[in-house]
Design a protein around this ligand. Sequence first.
Ligand code: BTN
Length: 249
Amino acid sequence: MTAVSPVVGNTIYTFETVDSTQAVLGQLAADGAPEGTIVVARHQTAGRGSRGKQWWDAPGESLMFSALLRPPGPIAWAPQLSLVSGVAVVDALRARCDVDARIRWPNDVMIEGKKVCGVLPEAVSHADGRVNYVLLGIGINVHQREFPPELRDRATSLLMATGVVHDHALLLAATLTALDRRYGEWLSSGFRELRVEWRKRAGTLGQRVRIRGGGEGVAVDVDDTGALLVDAGRGALTRVVSAVADSVE
Ligand code: BTN
């Protein structure tokens, strides 16, 4: 990988309401927007969650944005950006909100076992397998005092966790700064170095996890590619890889 100086947040588009910041940024990316471009919205009418789910928000209560990255490398490396984002969000939440946030592999950010932030990486690759661009969609629950019944047991907000109303703009600035730093580290050294930082912030290691596709076991580590290593009692560790929704241009 070549070391370049990224500038995450060099251009920021702010909207009141969009369908999805991923959709808006995807269009800008296809039109040639530069790496580091950000789309922020106060409300999404069709927010995208992982595995095709909808991402719920109430207007003004969440920090929701998408970041455009154009890493020079194969699409197979893109899932590592999920873990890089998790590290960056935890950095920002700890620095800005003084909260013990932890990563649930690959990139959910949790406080006391409840999800406070989700990250959605979506990529478009060239026909030869190189990345054209990655849209990193980040949704942080900031001001919610309550959630719809179906989320109540699983979700929390920064307000609920800390009792403090946190400023969206300051939190956005801290998250972009952290993302810029961690993305820059990943570009120059790959995930091998960041793995140490990911581990320090992990909530998953030592926990029992279900393996998609069948079985369960204890999460023991992540490897140099960001795959989760699970002891499912079969002798060798099971390697679980995270996926990035990818389409070819
Ligand atoms: C998840 O399900 O954990 C991922 C949620 C990602 C939500 C964010 S909000 C900003 C961006 N725009 C979207 O439509 N989704 C992501």
